[in-house]
Design a protein around this ligand. Structure first.
Ligand code: GLN
Length: 494
């Protein structure tokens, strides 16, 4: 299995060059992407130029640990010279003139970009079916969705088209697709990763994070992504952390001794499929075997999180998306009579149905007569939801539950039922509303051989601890090592 970690060792040992690694992945993208549709843009010349620069840096003795290891980026991150579409017709002609903070950080680390990954339009969705560029297929079963909105990133990692990828998570978009494709993904504490150059959906919830095969890889990637950036006013000014610091295996058979895992009774009450419930129960037993204790905790307001989110996120989106007016950049309707006609046609033609639905909801809940009844109420709920977590963390170190109510569903199955689609994030959304870190990692398979994910939720800034728990679980289990049959990495040196 290729991980960021193992590829870094290959490069350090001189057993492969960055150019060779990138060529192997580009070849796999060429053969596998037409079916998976995980990438919107690949640009081999650009990737190989970055790989050559990484090899030169290594030859000059200036390589960092990840220099030369390739990565794919969600098409929500502005990357200089790359088409950056956010999955929308509205930005289908937008070549970014600048780099997002996250992209700058990966460039500084010397990690070549393999391409820009497909996603739900403006990150609105849970199945990758709202993309202007067509749905992404799940590598475990191409008649099924990979989850969303970071579905392209999830599918390319699960399918062996990239060793890792970036994602963003507003209500679950890193964790839910990670669960549905059997990979590991982490959404950091709000404010840990800069949103500068990350196209805004709901600014008070959006957060970038890593998607990879292991917790260890997520820790290495978070070391690159995290950090203060004065260009994002909600970026947190904190000392640089080493997110790998709790990965060192504690000697002995009980590495998690002393750890208290909170099990929210609301998460286990109803809604989960039987296979998911069984896999999560098995994971709990496994963690207990490693020394952890469990305590029951309550998140009584979490049942209201989907309702609160679908007021707050559309409200913020309706404001953020007002910038797409056909004047400054992006799509403009070819024929129009006057300015108003140009705005109307541009927005009518440039946005897809789900984005329009969100703009309408958002405009409605912010309107004069309804602001108090909806928006203010939802803000109050958000506070109650966050307070529940604060209370719960008084008696535990991490919270554990399922990531998604079911495994990957069929393409088209929920496309006409927005409420069913919105419920895909029932276990993930409260975490964004509270601004907490959360991650998903593989913990089993259902009767049809589809991956199941479990979620860990940490207290503010406890990413390192959460990653440490996930790492111990991955040392003791092999769920994260299972690959879909089609992802054999024969071409890739290992
Ligand atoms: N599925 C949720 C939505 O559609 C969350 C998306 C996200 O996290 N970007 O809004």
């Amino acid at each position: 299995m290729n991980t960021i970690q193992s590829l870094s060792q290959l490069l350090a040992a001189g057993q492969a060059s960055s150019v060779e690694l990138c060529q192997d992945y580009l070849a796999r993208i060429q053969t596998r992407n037409p079916e998976l549709n995980a990438f919107i843009t690949v640009d081999p010349e650009r990737t190989l130029a970055e790989a050559r620069a990484a090899d030169a840096r290594r030859a000059a003795g200036q390589a960092g640990m990840l220099t030369g290891v390739p990565i794919a980026h969600k098409d929500i991150f502005c990357a200089e010279g790359w088409l950056t579409t956010c999955g929308s017709k509205m930005l289908s002609n937008f070549v970014s003139p600048y780099d997002a903070h996250v992209i700058e950080q990966f460039k500084a680390a010397g990690m070549p970009c393999l391409g820009k990954t497909n996603m739900d339009e403006f990150a609105m969705g849970s199945s990758n079916e709202t993309s202007f560029y067509g749905p992404v297929k799940n590598p475990w079963d191409t008649s099924r969705v990979p989850g969303g909105s970071s579905g392209g990133s999830a599918a390319c990692v699960a399918g062996g088209l990239a060793p890792a990828a970036t994602g963003t998570d507003t209500g679950g978009s890193i964790r839910q697709p990670a669960a549905l494709t059997g990979i590991t993904g982490l959404k950091p504490t709000y404010g840990v990763v800069s949103r500068y150059g990350m196209i805004a959906f709901a600014s008070s919830l959006d957060q970038g994070g890593p998607m990879a095969r292991t917790a260890e890889d997520c820790a290495l990637l978070l070391n690159v992504m995290a950090g203060f950036d004065p260009r994002d006013s909600t970026s947190l000014e904190r000392a640089k952390e080493d997110y790998t610091r709790e990965l060192t295996p504690t000697p002995g058979a009980r590495p998690l001794a002393g750890l208290k895992i909170g099990l929210p009774r609301e998460f286990f009450a109803e809604g989960m499929s039987a296979d998911t419930a069984r896999a999560v129960e098995d994971a709990i037993a496994q963690l207990k075997g490693l020394g952890a204790e469990t305590v029951e905790v309550g998140l009584p307001n979490s049942r209201l999180s989907v309702a609160a989110y679908y007021v707050l996120a559309p409200a913020e989106a309706s404001s953020n998306l007002s910038r797409f007016d056909g004047v400054r950049y992006g799509y403009r309707t070819p024929e129009y009579e006057d300015l108003t006609d140009m705005y109307e046609k541009t927005r009518a033609e440039g946005f897809g149905a789900e984005v329009k639905r969100r703009i309408m909801i958002g405009t409605y809940v912010l309107s004069h007569g309804y602001y108090d009844a909806y928006y203010i109420q939802a803000q109050r709920l958000r506070r109650l939801i966050a307070d529940d977590f604060t209370e719960a963390f008084k008696s535990c170190d991490v919270i554990l539950g399922p990531t998604a109510p079911s495994t990957a569903f069929k393409l088209g199955e929920k496309a006409d039922d927005p409420v069913q689609m919105y419920l895909s994030d029932i276990y993930t959304i409260a975490v964004n509303l509270a601004g907490l870190p959360g991650m998903s990692l593989p913990c089993g398979f259902d009767g049809q051989g589809l991956p199941i994910g479990m979620q860990l939720i940490g207290n503010y800034f406890s990413e390192a601890k959460m990653l440490g728990v996930a790492h111990q679980y991955q040392l003791a289990t092999d769920w994260h090592q299972h690959r879909p049959a089609l992802s054999e990495e024969k071409g890739v040196r290992s």
